[in-house]
Design a protein around this ligand. Sequence first.
Ligand code: URA
Length: 437
Amino acid sequence: MATEPFSAVEVIRAKRDGAVLSDEMIDWTIDAYTRGVIAEEQMSALNMAIFFQGMNRSEISRWTTAMINSGERMDFSSLAAPHGQKLPTTDKHSTGGVGDKITLPLAPLVASFGVAVPQLSGRGLGHTGGTLDKLEAIPGWRANLSNEELFSQLSNVGAVICAAGAGLAPADKKLYALRDVTATVEAIPLIASSIMSKKIAEGTGSLVLDVKVGSGAFMKDEVMARELAETMVNLGTDAGVNTVALLTNMETPLGLTAGNAIEVEESVEVLAGGGPEDVVELTVALAVEMLAGAGVHDVDVRAALQNGRAMDSWRAMIKAQGGDPDAALPVAKESHTVVAQAEGVLVKLDAMDIGLAAWTLGAGRARKEDSVQAGAGVRMHVKPGALVRRGQPIATLLTDTPEKMARAIELVEHAIIIGSEDDRPDMRLIMDRIAAS
Ligand code: URA
């Protein structure tokens, strides 16, 4: 049996005592954990030591590289359009929020400018929805593509939203499952390396990160969100991926829907030149960043939503994956509308409460193997900042399982705060832009 160059205990002790882990130690740790040489309890202890002691920039970078090297790396450098010209690639990652359907209009919008978007996405877990769950509300649409199908769709259509294969950063899959059950998810070095190992392994040429801040986000606090964004931007840049981040507000859901089919419906409204202004604003801002990262400047992104160009790209993308863009979307069997109990300014419509309500109604899952209801969710009728009358509808709850309604109503009632003009909320959506330092 080959001897191991380190022992798990010495690595844990070094980090526990605040030492900087050497490159060799980090490479060995990720490899030995993937091979099962480091036991789960030892990795738990190391994660907790990292949680308390942190990691410096070079440790995080090496940890990320080691996770990338645990699996396959995709390469889109040979990607070409049908008439032969090279296609630049770009991608977006959101740290997760409520009503965050932006990927749906964004990928076809960016692709309509001749930049390929390989958007490898996940399913929802907990109060934030998953892009694949939303798209699966479209009859016939399929999330799993082979690498050949992915490449062919990128060349022919330009945009793909599909499930990430199991081969990308497998060390992260094992590590993330462990962090989830050992209260070590919220460590910035671990979150940043987890997200960026998958994005770098995916092989995109440029990347835009949407780092959410607020009640419905991972990071409730702006200082922490900023640190996470800076860490990820530096990781991407050091790995040769042109990376920027936007810090965006997640105190209230994006748009007026949180669910699956209802979020697809709202995305299609945006692609048809309408839709809620916050969804349009963020879609356009992220598209401008993605296009700039891929070398496309001075284009009228908003016009592509108005003139049908992005919609054509959406329809081609959905059809290429077996979906029928004209099919009616599933509708929930039961609904209940929550109304304003007072007159005044809607000061708060809390993202976390609305996300939990949508999840309770069946739009999300508690365990990975659960299925989701396509029609379930929360349709909001007003945004914070609006003046409301007593009795005015605030939100309609949708579900196929009426026994879930009472708990969801409580959550939505808890989400609503009505106050006076003096309490008017700060509705700024894009809080900052963070580039490499
Ligand atoms: N998403 C990830 O992929 N990893 C994390 O650690 C947190 C969010």
